[in-house]
Ligand binder design. Structure first.
Ligand code: GDP
Ligand code: MG
Length: 442
């Protein structure tokens, strides 16, 4: 998966202070392959890679981030942006009934989703929903909606095989209006593949009903075909949103990216189960992580980004790169930055086990008091002593201890901790993302 792929190429990125077209070329090739493996359609992959390249080149590698981490940060950010806004719900802002038209291939999950949404509207939004089936080709389809409506506890408007879909829908709207329903769901017929008759029929339904929401329901397992299906429905209908179903399966969700790329429409909900409770708000960030196949390392990167004073961090990265060793001045600064990030303990929670173990040797438990004490001791040193800790012999230690109001042992302990920190920093800067990633599941 992408994690492993990147771990490999990240090795080549070590020690660079800035992302350039050359040093990210290999990594981007891996991202591209990973997206194709996640079943994102090729045109969508190309567009995405181009966007990442543009954003990444020239980006400085901040603080404790290795160039590899920085690139993954950009990839993840762009992917999240492409996934669109967080869940916005259904638009019901019309004179009732708000008509919601469902579109999609057979088996996509339209009928099930009608049940889910109607139940959600009824229970959470306290809306009165009516459902009707225009799937007049299979008696079983109408029966299925009737069953689903009963499970959802919402009303079902009967229809029969052989009626004209537009007539059924018009009658249902009329009924809904006269009986004060807030929302009317129009379930439609789908075919196993795109065909003109289906597109014509649903376009006619749309023209007759002028629904406030026209939702494209698409199976997340659809893979490469998602792009053609989305294209056909997007051309036939002015879609207002997308519902991605079957995300409870093991689909990586590449379809999400393809569909967004084609329609540009918000993905409003995610189907996560066969039962009527199996629906969730769509989370762009989570989807991006799922497609990339990575977990908490990303949130760690985001936090590092937030917490680190960028300018200082860049200098710090350069210093490490230039071979100048990590000294007590840097130590003090790093500790300050860790405090900004909510302490080491909150970082440790997110790190893979074997790395966290190394980092747990560090002095601070996220508690301000200890951190201040350390800062106090370092403050009592001269700048020369801070950059050359080996100068710190007994008499200097006594002076520093007195200045900071602590025992000499505490100064010793700090120096020992500093040495350990040096080691961890080395791991961070040399091992980079590879080391971090290897411990991450998935
Ligand atoms: P339609 O032909 O578009 O109306 O699709 P259906 O609503 O009949 O769903 C087709 C199949 O997919 C049924 O077996 C559903 O139970 C199943 N299904 C729908 N949505 C989901 C989902 O989010 N997760 C899972 N696991 N199954 C789903
Ligand atoms: Mg159906």
């Amino acid at each position: 998966n992408l994690t492993q792929r990147l771990a490999r190429v990240m090795k080549t990125l070590r020690g660079e202070a800035r992302l350039t077209e050359t040093n990210i070329a290999d990594a981007l090739r891996e991202v591209r392959l990973a997206l194709l493996e996640a079943d994102v359609a090729l045109p969508a992959v190309k567009a995405f890679i181009a966007a990442v390249k543009e954003k990444a080149v020239g980006e400085e590698v901040i603080g404790s981030l290795s160039p590899g981490q920085a690139l993954i940060g950009v990839v993840h950010r762009e992917l999240t942006a492409l996934m669109g806004e967080a869940h916005t719900g259904l638009n019901l802002a019309v004179q009732p009934p708000a008509v919601v038209l469902m579109a999609g291939l057979q088996g996509a999950g339209k009928t099930t989703t009608v049940g889910k949404l109607a139940k959600w509207l009824k229970e959470i939004q306290k809306k009165k929903a009516l459902v009707v089936s225009c799937d007049v080709y299979r008696p079983a389809a109408i029966e299925q909606l009737k069953t689903v409506a009963a499970q959802a506890g919402v009303d079902f408007f009967p229809s029969t095989v052989g009626e004209k879909p537009v007539d059924i829908a018009r009658n249902a709207v009329d009924w809904a209006r006269r009986h004060f329903y807030d929302v009317l769901f129009i379930d439609t017929a789908g075919r196993l593949s795109i065909d003109d008759a289906m597109m014509k029929e649903i376009a006619e339904l749309h023209a007759a009903l002028k629904p406030i929401e026209t939702l494209f329901v698409v199976d997340a397992m659809l893979g490469q075909d998602a792009i053609n299906t989305a294209k056909a429905f997007d051309q036939a209908l002015p879609l207002t949103g997308v519902i991605l179903t079957k995300l409870d399966g093991d689909a990586r969700g590449g379809a999400a990216l393809s569909v967004r790329y084609i329609t540009g429409k918000p993905i409003k909900f995610a189907g996560v189960g066969e039962k009527l409770g199996g629906i969730e708000a769509f989370h762009p960030e989570r989807m991006a992580s799922r497609i990339l196949g990575m977990g908490d390392v990303l949130s760690l990167i985001e936090e590092a980004r937030k917490g680190v004073d960028e300018q200082k961090a860049v200098e710090f990265a350069k210093k490490i790169k230039s071979g100048k060793s990590f000294d007590l001045n840097d130590f003090k600064e790093q500790i300050g930055q860790m405090r900004k990030m909510g302490g080491i303990s909150s970082m440790l929670d997110k790190l893979p086990a074997q790395f966290a173990q190394a980092a747990s040797q560090l002095p601070v438990g996220g508690e301000d008091k200890i951190v201040r004490r350390i800062e106090g001791i370092i403050n009592s040193m001269t700048p020369l002593e801070r950059s050359k800790p080996e100068l710190l012999k007994a008499s200097r230690k006594r002076r520093i201890a007195a200045g900071a109001g602590v025992q000499v042992q505490e100064v010793n302990r700090l120096l020992k901790q500093f040495e350990q920190m040096q080691k961890v920093i080395k791991q961070f800067s040399r091992g980079g993302i590879g080391k971090l990633m290897r411990g991450v599941k998935g």
